[in-house]
Write a protein that binds this ligand. Structure first.
Ligand SMILES: Cc1ncc(COP(=O)(O)O)c(C=O)c1O
Length: 388
């Protein structure tokens, strides 16, 4: 029987590492998992309490396709609090994680054959979803000279475009697009009728008090789309809750698509998710960021021991993207051997960059500082055993 060509998306290499890690664990060996891009704390107490109340007494039927009005209002208020930007709740679409948001935004914004640019290295699902939808993905080779982020110069060299996807802070590099660079990209897109899609899932997870985290929500009137999620800052990965902030022209199409594709996002997650924006919800998220900051400081301090000289500046998110090619191993072998010989799971860069990813690995420091410390000890010892 025929299987659609669009279904041939590449598998994540990290899934093989995860399977090997699970097998190792099942066999009784210990594994430190630094490959998952997932906070280990889970949702805050206030969100979980609200979910318990809702489970026993709440109405958990379908909500509006674009999301429960209370949650859309809370998200709009968040833009006022964090960015001093006014967003009409009518522009907000609650989605099934940001992953569901991408699907809806891409379906609504792009046609088959449209050319959509994105940074390489980058989060692989953007390219995989776009290709499955029949779009042409234009990879912008972004190296250390532009902090692994696209610039106007990259766009000028890319040929005609219909869309641009950016992420700041980015996965896997953690690097950010400053406010003025985002303004430049947004203006470039606005001048040419190119749809800017800004993934802001790691907003709030930054380590420099002066970091200017700018939202593309200020460019809605030029057609920009914001994608965000409860998964990372609010540590609610499995709740499958995210949102889009939409320009006027995409509200009705996304509403119609969302109703057809999923009817509505999970009602329990939506109603409980409102509590994420309470003082206790924000406080719990900030406490998580402090833990990541402690792990990050530890990692940066021990970089000389690790011998990793080419490391992306981890301005935000909870990743360290490091060049390990000086060990003489490609990153897939490096990760497989590290797991096998030292019980530490990292992600090979090939998941994020089909061209240069064989040189890089991604370490997630979203787990506890104690786990990160132990992992660094093991990596240092293991690397010492490698004959280069
Ligand atoms: C940059 C980026 N965007 C989007 C996602 C998808 O997250 P979710 O669907 O849980 O919101 C991830 C997950 O790791 C990510 O790293």
């Amino acid at each position: 029987m025929k299987v659609a060509t669009r279904a041939h998306v590449p598998p994540f290499a990290v899934m093989e590492i995860l399977a090997a890690a699970n097998a190792r664990r099942a066999a009784g060996a210990d594994v430190l998992n630094l490959c998952a891009g997932e906070p280990s704390t889970g949702a805050s107490e206030v969100v979980r309490q609200r979910a318990v109340e809702l489970l026993t007494s709440g109405d958990l039927g379908y909500t509006e396709a674009l999301g429960a009005p209370g949650l859309r209002a809370a998200i709009a208020a968040h833009y006022r609090t964090w960015y001093d930007v006014d967003v009409d709740p009518a522009r907000i679409a609650v989605t099934t994680g940001s992953s569901g948001g991408f699907m809806l935004a891409f379906l609504a914004a792009f046609d088959v054959g449209d050319r959509v640019a994105l940074a390489r290295p980058g989060y692989p699902a953007y390219a995989n979803i776009l290709r499955a939808l029949g779009c042409e993905v234009v990879e912008l080779p972004c190296g250390p000279e532009s902090r692994f982020q696209p610039t106007v110069a990259h766009l000028d060299a890319a040929g005609p475009l219909d869309g641009l996807v950016v992420a700041s802070p980015a996965n896997p590099t953690g690097t950010m697009i400053g406010a003025s660079a985002l303004a430049d990209l947004a203006a470039w897109c606005a001048d040419r009728g190119v749809r800017l899609v800004s993934d802001e899932i790691y907003h709030g997870i930054t380590y420099d008090d002066d970091a200017q985290v700018a939202t593309a929500a200020q460019y809605l009137d030029t057609g920009a789309v914001v994608v965000n999620s409860f998964s990372k800052y609010w540590a609610m990965t499995g709740w499958r809750l995210g949102w889009l902030v939409l320009p006027d022209d995409l509200v009705a199409p996304v509403d119609a698509l969302a109703g057809n594709v999923a009817l509505c996002p999970p009602a329990l997650a939506q109603h409980a998710g409102v509590a994420a924006f309470s003082p206790d919800g924000y406080a719990a998220a900030r406490a998580n960021v402090e833990r990541y900051a402690a792990s990050r400081a530890l990692l940066l301090e021990r970089l000389p021991e690790l011998g990793w000289t080419h490391v992306a500046p981890a301005d935000g998110a909870f990743y360290l993207y490091a060049d390990v090619s000086s060990t003489g191993l490609d990153s897939v072998t490096w990760c497989a051997r590290l797991l096998d010989e030292a019980g530490v799971a990292l992600t090979p860069g090939t998941d994020f960059d089909p061209v240069d990813g064989h040189r890089f690995v991604r370490l997630s420091f979203a787990s506890s500082p104690a786990v990160v410390r132990e992992a660094v000890d093991r990596i240092v010892r293991w690397q010492g055993t490698l004959a280069v």
